[in-house]
Design a protein around this ligand. Structure first.
Ligand code: ADP
Length: 327
């Protein structure tokens, strides 16, 4: 059985050789990118079975991305290659603090053309968790494909996970993004937002209040990731914060995706024979799940890049063992 079936965009990130303005960069290095693909790789590195559903161009970059997924042991039956558009490209600029901004070449790109008919329903049936994001909700066709897949997964009795991962510059306006995303929140059981996303969606930066507003829309578990401050969680029964591990960050790219991969695989491992409500119904168990996910996120920020930085199961255990006394 597949643990996590992740649906969404996969594209090429062109990473700059220096910080500063894109116009001044001389050399770019290609790297696989796209949050839902990163989540699939995170799950697989941690020893889980992952499948990816998405659309890439039938071009050298699309084939490169499929090779990356295959090398990582990910089920690629859900990948569609198309002649209609090319694989999406993103040129990444790093400011002096190392924060990223993107220049996208998606006019349109293949990932934007994911259609309902492209979604392999058999894969949805095979997974324990179905995971999606918001980038495929920007354009009407891929939005319909994403929403329908989430609805089908629910009908099949799957646990549905949504990482909001709002990329503001892809939307016509913040208002449009908030409206669409708010409509899909009720489709998920596990909702992950950053602090900023919680504020965008709820109008408050207050963790107890904002998370409660989101929980009332339907999810069983809301997690708000707080970077080096760890993770705030809320269920119908309790709320609290699991502190982050203390590390020296090198590059925070992919931390959220790594966190989600760790969280979802922990849920998959624990849910066998039980419901999600039972797993998250014990606060200590939920805190252990989140502590593991925090460890996966923390390890990822200690290395450059997204996919190259994702840790293996062994690395996470060694890291948690080394930090066991510092709980
Ligand atoms: P996102 O990329 O979605 O905004 P975060 O940056 O909050 O997510 O990172 C996700 C998780 O990774 C955090 O909840 C935390 O556990 C871990 N993490 C991120 N940055 C750091 C850091 N600087 N030190 C330790 N852990 C971190």
């Amino acid at each position: 059985m597949t643990d996590v079936v992740s649906l969404g965009e996969m594209l090429i990130d062109f990473m700059p050789d220096r910080r500063g303005n894109l116009a001044d960069v001389e050399t770019f290095r290609k790297a696989p990118g796209g949050a839902p693909a990163n989540v699939a790789v995170a799950v697989s590195r941690l020893g889980g079975q992952a499948a990816f559903i998405g659309k890439m161009g039938r071009d050298p970059f699309g084939r490169f991305l499929v090779e990356v997924l295959e090398r990582e042991g990910i089920d690629t039956r859900g990948v569609v290659l198309t002649d209609e558009a090319k694989t999406g490209l993103a040129f990444v600029a790093l400011d002096e603090r190392g924060d990223r901004s993107f220049l996208f070449y998606r006019d349109p790109s293949a990932d934007m053309l994911l259609r309902q008919a492209d979604v392999n329903e058999q894969l949805l049936r095979e997974g324990i968790v179905f995971h999606f994001g918001s980038v495929t909700q920007v354009h009407p066709e891929s939005r319909q494909a994403t929403v329908t897949a989430a609805q089908r997964a629910r009908e099949f009795g799957k646990i549905v996970s949504f990482d909001v991962n709002l990329r503001l510059h892809l939307w016509p306006s913040l208002q449009a993004a908030v409206q669409q995303i708010s409509e899909t929140v009720p489709l998920c059981d596990i909702l992950k937002v950053s602090e900023e996303e919680m504020e965008w969606l709820t109008g408050t930066s207050d963790l107890p209040e904002g998370s409660q507003t989101l929980l009332q829309k339907g999810p069983q578990l809301v997690v708000v990731t707080l970077g080096d401050k760890g993770t705030y969680y809320r269920t119908a029964d309790f709320a609290g914060r699991v502190p982050a591990f203390r590390v020296q960050p090198v590059d925070t790219t992919g931390a959220g995706d790594a966190f989600v991969g760790g969280l979802l695989l922990q849920v998959c491992d624990r849910v066998k024979g039980r419901s999600l409500a039972q797993v998250i119904g014990f606060e200590e168990e939920l805190r252990e799940v989140i502590r593991y996910a925090n460890a996966v996120g923390a390890l990822t920020v200690t290395r450059p890049g997204a996919i190259p930085a994702l840790p293996t199961k062994r690395e996470v255990y060694d890291f948690m063992y080394a930090h066991r006394a510092k709980r």
